[in-house]
Design a protein around this ligand. Sequence first.
Ligand code: KG4
Ligand code: ZN
Length: 339
Amino acid sequence: METKQDELILAIETSCDETAVAVVKNGTEIIANVVSSQIESHKRFGGVVPEVASRHHVEQMTAIIETAMDEAEVSFTDLAAIAVTEGPGLVGALLIGVSAAKAIAFAHDLPLIGVHHIAGHIYANRLVRELQFPLVSLVVSGGHTELVYMEGHGSYEVIGETRDDAVGEAYDKVARTLDLPYPGGPQIDRLAHKGEPTLDLPRAWLEPDSFDFSFSGLKSAVINTLHNARQRGEQIKPEDLAASFQASVIDVLVGKTKRAVEEYQAKQLLVAGGVAANKGLREQLEKTFADNDVDLIIPPLSLCTDNAAMIAAAASIELAKGNYADFRLNGNPGLDLER
Ligand code: KG4
Ligand code: ZN
């Protein structure tokens, strides 16, 4: 049962190809978490088609809000606030969630909170365990690859980021080269576990003191390796190519993360974003930080990929600070995490 002091936030996430609505109690406890995926509609195009995504969000939005409210057994009068992903993401997709959130906030006179999508991914970790500062978060998603330093709640400093492709993007492109269906990340992960990392692929360490990443060279190396072999009429086992690609990605991600954790004396290491669902990455992080003082959190798979519970968890911090949005809130595809 909810008591009067309990803070219930309804959150909406529509930044890409999932229509998601959640109700979260006190920023930490999931009461309902509904995710409607559009993957099947985008598969035949080999990627997300923005216009198709927007249309699906419009069709699904009201029904998903109702489902989440029913599952949570709450009414709008029980809520403390409405939260929504403000950006980054596909502008047309964001707009559907933002419009729905504004309508509910206006109709029920509730505070409105705009959330950065990556802040949401980071706060998925708070649904596992209370955060301890200072912390470092490794963010690995379809659109972002960055190391974020946090001194306290709601404070984000990007200490390193990709200079070209995001890691999820590299996964999806390599998968397409291997004729695997969208989204390619989970497919490569599955193949990698059946193969051996026999191919010598590059690792972009960049300058010795840099926490930045680069994955486009690796992606090109994979594509070239495959094309050259095909031209010579040689066979490369896709399993071995996937394993070699994944080994290179994980080496760099884990290597740089370890250095960041040490340099910033982090008490916690959080992992965030869709690629955090990667089995190889999870295993390597667990191994690397097993004997380390740092407390490693990796959310369960359902909280790694896009969902609205993470948006509610991040919003709870903004609610406590009184950081409300007004009705000028708009979808912002270029929203800055450090603002
Ligand atoms: O965070 P997310 O759900 O959406 C964005 O905010 O981008 O991340 C989606 C990305 C896709 O590129 C997908 O291929 C990748 O996460 N992904 C994975 C795995 N599961 C999802 N990549 C590698 N291994 C996985 N198991
Ligand atoms: Zn995401």
